[in-house]
Design a protein around this ligand. Structure first.
Ligand SMILES: *[C@@H]1O[C@H](CO)[C@@H](O)[C@H](O)[C@H]1NC(C)=O
Ligand SMILES: *[C@@H]1O[C@H](CO)[C@@H](O)[C@H](O)[C@H]1NC(C)=O
Length: 233
């Protein structure tokens, strides 16, 4: 659609930075205007192909950055994705280079959560054939020594007894939450400050993601908006 290499932020219910006519009743926005605005680094709300969400074109530099996720001992995060690709990095966040991290990726059409909260790296896998161009929901839930991965209602649970405090990092050190890939600057940092450095080698996600929501200590779901995103060319 002439927008290759561009990560577009699409319709977001509480989007703060509108540039293409917010709340237009599904009226397609001007692609050229969107491209210009996206290239200037501002998010662009649009509606393409009738699919709501953020569109990731999956280039080697595409990513979206969201606020930190601070689940405490029992928070959660959730989002929905739609893709035709069997592999790709959906989400990554860590504790600023110590040992704790959460990585959610699509592996051969299944969702795989890899995490470490101090008890060693753990794997949870759920769903199959998820690269079918339908929306699928993913939820990661912390519950002290228990971590749950839920994909379309299918639940996988891991209990780790060795974790020290069962909390994930802290507000002072945690990275943002990256979706679809990591920013080049972060990925190429000499010496690497990422906890899971190999995450930078994961294929970037191509498809749509919407509805990223965090629940923290107060149990109130909060919809998250993109903080920044990368255009590739
Ligand atoms: C999470 O834990 C806090 C206190 O540690 C408690 O107040 C809150 O109700 C818990 N939330 C859930 C969803 O269990
Ligand atoms: C996990 O925590 C629960 C509740 O605090 C506790 O009853 C259970 O024994 C713990 N399980 C392990 C394997 O540590």
């Amino acid at each position: 659609m002439g927008l290759s290499g561009v990560l577009l932020a699409l319709l977001s219910p509480r989007g703060s930075s509108s540039c293409c006519g917010r709340g237009s009743s599904g009226r397609p926005s001007s692609a050229a205007a969107c491209l210009l605005v996206v290239l200037s680094g501002v998010l662009c709300l649009a509606h393409i192909g009738g699919v709501q969400g953020y569109l990731f074109e999956g280039s080697p530099t595409s990513f979206a950055q969201f606020p930190r996720w601070l689940p405490g001992g029992n928070g959660s995060l959730q989002f929905q994705f739609l893709t035709s690709e069997p592999n790709g990095l959906l989400l990554y966040t860590d504790d600023g280079g110590s040992f704790e991290f959460f990585e959610v990726k699509l592996v051969e059409g299944s969702v795989r959560l890899r995490y470490n909260l101090g008890g060693g790296a753990q794997l949870l896998t759920a769903g199959r054939g998820l690269n079918d161009q339908q929306w699928h929901s993913v939820r990661v839930t912390r519950d002290y020594n228990r971590t749950r991965l839920e994909v379309d209602g299918i639940l996988e649970v891991r209990i780790v007894s060795r974790a020290l405090d069962h909390e994930f990092g802290s507000a002072g050190v945690n990275t943002p939450v990256w979706v679809g890939g990591l920013p080049d600057l972060v990925a190429r940092q000499v010496g690497g400050r990422l906890t899971l450095q190999v995450v930078t080698l994961e294929p970037r996600f191509r498809g749509h993601i919407k509805g990223l929501t965090y629940i923290t200590r107060d149990s109130i779901p909060r919809h998250q908006d993109i903080v920044s995103s990368q255009v590739s060319a």
